[in-house]
Design a protein around this ligand. Structure first.
Ligand SMILES: CC(C)(COP(=O)(O)OP(=O)(O)OC[C@H]1O[C@@H](n2cnc3c(N)ncnc32)[C@H](O)[C@@H]1OP(=O)(O)O)[C@@H](O)C(=O)NCCC(=O)NCCS
Length: 204
């Protein structure tokens, strides 16, 4: 099975796309400052779970846990001002989908993903509030194509990526649709939640 801690994100970068991917570097003071700007952006606070509260959280966030991939989206020459090239524009996280949620999706008839031979990963993302638009969907397309290539080479399991957005989060829905996700319906992200989230799948 592809070990997400060992993949080389530089291989994800495609010439025709508008952003670049690399590992996060929260030890760099400017990158850390930008990460805090993202984590404290009201849109991110409203729509993203488990955001960092302390410097330790931030360091943990960038640490490559088993089955987790956390990537920095950096500005690319020709698409951002020169001063932004190489600088953090946002992040993308890929992590294992929860078994209980897969069971809920199946029960609601939305997706049959709780079966052998599939690796189901969930994707999340956030943009720096001052980052130029167009970079997030671009980053997602590159991450998805890259992970698909890695899993095809490995040949062990078929890759499926899920995503969830608050019904009010239109910007996030646009990013997902522009990256090739299909909107499948609505589901409670947590059983305790009052509202339902829009649910999306990406699969080749
Ligand atoms: C969601 C979020 C990442 C969107 O960032 P963004 O900069 O608007 O995203 P992008 O510009 O890269 O992507 C938007 C895509 O939708 C397309 N689009 C379609 N209709 C659009 C419209 N009416 N307005 C803007 N973009 C539109 C754009 O063309 C673009 O696709 P492209 O790259 O193929 O051209 C940002 O608002 C954010 O960080 N929000 C808070 C965190 C969050 O909600 N995360 C998701 C939780 S799952």
């Amino acid at each position: 099975m592809v070990d997400l801690r060992k993949v080389d994100p530089s291989k994800a970068n495609l010439d025709h796309e508008k952003s670049r991917l690399r590992h996060l570097n929260p030890k760099d003071p400017e990158e850390k400052k930008r990460l805090w700007k993202i984590e404290t952006d009201p849109r991110v606070v409203k729509f993203v779970e488990n955001i960092c509260q302390t410097d330790d959280d931030l360091a943990d966030f960038a640490t490559l846990e088993k089955d987790y991939l956390v990537l920095a989206i950096e500005g690319k020459a020709g698409h951002v001002d020169e001063a932004e090239v190489g600088k953090l524009q946002g992040w993308v996280v890929v992590c294992p989908e929860e078994k209980k949620r897969l069971a809920r999706l199946q029960k609601r008839g939305l997706a049959d993903l709780a079966k052998q031979g599939l690796r189901v990963l969930e994707i999340g993302f956030a943009r720096h509030p001052k980052a130029k638009s167009g970079q997030m969907a671009s980053a997602l397309r590159q991450v998805l194509a890259f992970l698909q290539t890695e899993h095809t080479k490995d040949g062990e399991v078929q890759l499926v990526i899920t995503a969830y957005t608050d019904e009010a989060n239109e910007a996030s829905t646009r990013v997902l649709l522009a990256s090739g996700f299909l909107q499948m319906g609505k589901v409670k992200y947590h059983v305790r939640n009052a509202g339902h989230d829009n649910f999306f799948i990406w699969q080749k």
